[in-house]
Design a protein around this ligand. Structure first.
Ligand SMILES: [Cu+2]
Length: 314
């Protein structure tokens, strides 16, 4: 029985899994209970009021309004309760903790390209230590994909042209299936992989066995020079362009006198679609890098821009 259940149901391997399962089973139980009640009532009435039975069919004399109010209001509050319960879990799932490790994911027909903050790359595999929260920052090179780890109970579309995130804290060591959960073409069903959750010591050993990586920030800094960004954005540049130190998370005034938060999406648009949002007080002379910089290089540049604090010397 236990193995049968396990084969139907993925393991609970993240902090989110027990919460999602609790809602799932509560809904299942509630719906099952109501369905059972209705079925029993049908059976009972079928027999009691069958043709030819001598059951009393005169309208009841007791007042029906309180009865109807009760069966309307009770489910209303039950459903409202379910709503707030699920909303609470959902909000938790969409707010990664600040200390989460940021891992970049690029989906592509038909593989997952994964990059750690220290620059290590993996394909269709992700090795992470147990107990450390992980935030995935995801985008796609082509069509819509979806990063789904059943054992962690979270699932998020991966959309070209923008960043989506999901987070989790792995709580159980082991290997867990990764699926693409959005039909994305011929080999969609092969767009799968494994998440390896390891004990910290084991993870450290695994890390030591990997080739020394070039950190994402260092790669971003190099790209920032090689692509000529620093030619305009450095403090001593001849061209007037905004300094990018400490830009991440700031409120940036735009030329249409609106304010926008400089998040991943804003930085991405600034690089690929520079004329979409112009920083206030500057000429729209930045060239677009659309089609020249691929998603992974873009991730590196954004990681680099995020690493710059106010007053950094470049
Ligand atoms: Cu896919």
């Amino acid at each position: 029985m236990r193995t049968f259940f396990n084969s139907l149901f993925p393991p609970q391997a993240s902090n989110l899994a027990p919460k999602v399962d609790a809602i799932y089973f509560a809904l299942l139980g509630l719906c099952g209970f109501v369905a059972l009640l209705v079925c029993l009532a049908i059976l009972f009435f079928c027999v009691r009021y069958r043709r030819g039975s001598g059951a009393d069919r005169t309208p009841p004399k007791w007042r029906q309004r309180p009865f109807e109010l009760a069966w309307t209001i009770t489910p209303f509050f039950i459903f409202l309760g379910l709503f707030f319960w699920a909303a609470e879990v959902f909000f938790g799932m969409s707010r990664p903790p600040r200390n989460a490790t940021e891992i970049y994911i690029v989906g592509k027909q038909w593989m997952w390209k994964i990059q750690h903050p220290d620059g290590r790359r993996e394909i269709n595999e992700l090795h992470i230590p147990i107990g450390q929260p992980v935030k995935l920052i995801m985008t796609s090179e082509d069509v819509i994909h979806d990063f789904f780890i059943p054992g962690f109970r979270n699932k998020q579309d991966v959309v070209p042209g923008r960043y989506t995130t999901e987070w989790f804290t792995p709580t159980k060591a082991g290997s867990y299936h990764l699926f693409c959960a959005q039909y994305c073409g011929t080999n969609h069903s092969r767009m799968v992989g494994n998440i390896y959750v390891m004990e910290p010591a084991e993870h450290a050993k695994w890390l030591a066995g990997q080739p020394a990586p070039d950190s994402l920030i260092a790669a971003g800094e190099r790209a920032f020079r090689n692509r000529g960004c620093s030619g305009c954005h450095a403090p001593n540049a001849a061209i007037r362009a905004p300094l990018l130190d400490g830009i991440y998370g700031k409120q940036v005034p735009l030329s249409d006198s609106s304010l926008v938060t400089a998040d991943d999406q804003y930085l991405r648009n600034s690089i690929l679609l520079p004329n979409k949002q112009i920083a206030a007080g500057y000429e729209p002379i930045m060239p677009t890098f659309q089609g020249q910089i691929d998603e992974q290089e873009l991730n590196a540049i954004i990681a680099y821009l995020k690493s710059l604090w106010e007053g950094d010397v470049r």
